[in-house]
Design a protein around this ligand. Structure first.
Ligand code: ADP
Ligand code: MG
Length: 272
């Protein structure tokens, strides 16, 4: 079983890319679990066709831990994909990172996840604190993909995630498996991301174009694989899914300084 995670800045396209990859994998017969680890709890919306209303933290808040059953937190989405949302704290109370720890521990205790070929953790990577680092730190995810555009703040988050992976790589199996470029139409973006990946000692495994078909599909609460299976964008996600299945280029990343990130971004900004 492959245990992977998608990390990246909030709003960069992790859940969209994750859901499309999960859908593509399920369509070639793979048994997939997607676990949303973002207090926004919308990771699995496109797979379920609605926002998940029963997150793990919701259950923990409203029930005695001993009363919670697998069925309360495991949901079935598009083409049989297992969907879980860790959930988030009530605004103003509690800590989102802590929520992820509690949620993942409960999944373990209940042996809630079915037998699968691939588990995908979709994790907010703006802060790589104890909670958000849990999938990396405790061996839940071994192959980490970072979703990034060519924008400075997205690269900054990606670089921070690389620092987190490097910290825990020595004591476990966790490795950086690559950068997934998700275009924001920055000038020279693909070349910039190729260079960024090289600086981090990894590969750009995909460059996903920005395309309105993604938004049209989202308006219908569907992945592109479901909404427009014959589109070029669906092909991009299918190819990424194949790459993830066969990727053996797992590295301990070499994060860079903020100065180097700034230089990289400003060089492309002025050259193009
Ligand atoms: P995250 O999970 O990283 O917070 P989302 O996956 O929710 O981000 O994406 C944020 C927004 O960007 C969504 O409205 C989504 O439809 C849009 N989006 C993501 N990727 C693309 C793309 N390749 N082309 C067009 N829109 C995209
Ligand atoms: Mg998300």
């Amino acid at each position: 079983m492959k245990k992977i995670a998608f990390y990246g800045k909030g709003g960069i396209g992790k859940s969209t890319t994750a859901s499309n990859v999960s859908a593509a994998l399920s369509l070639i017969g793979k048994r997939v679990c997607q676990i949303g680890c973002d207090p926004k709890n919308d990771s699995t919306r496109l797979l379920l066709g609605h926002i998940c209303k029963e997150t793990v933290l919701d259950q923990i808040r409203t029930k005695d831990a001993s009363e919670i059953k697998k069925e309360d937190i495991i949901h079935t989405g598009f083409n049989g994909i297992t969907c879980v949302e860790a959930g988030g704290p009530e605004p103003g109370v509690g800590c989102a990172g802590r929520g992820i720890i509690v949620a993942l521990q409960l999944l373990d205790r209940l042996h809630a996840l079915p037998e699968s070929d691939l588990i995908l953790y979709d994790v907010l990577g703006d802060v790589v604190c104890g909670g958000f680092a849990m999938p990396i730190r405790e061996g839940y995810a071994e192959e980490i993909y970072v979703v990034s555009s060519g924008e400075l703040m997205s690269l900054y988050a990606a670089n921070n995630i690389a620092k987190g992976i490097r910290r825990f790589a020595s004591r476990g199996k966790v490795r950086l498996a690559g950068i997934i470029g998700n275009s924001r139409k920055v000038p020279g973006e693909k070349e910039l991301l190729l260079e960024f990946a090289e600086m981090l000692h990894t590969k750009l495994v995909a460059f996903v174009p920005r395309d309105k078909i993604v938004n049209l599909a989202e308006n219908n609460r569907q992945t592109v694989l479901q909404y427009a299976p014959d589109s070029a964008q669906a092909d991009v996600y299918r190819k990424l899914a194949e790459t993830i299945l066969t990727n053996e280029n797992l590295t301990i990343p070499t994060p860079v300084s903020f100065d180097d990130l700034e230089k990289l971004v400003s060089r492309y900004g002025t050259e193009n």
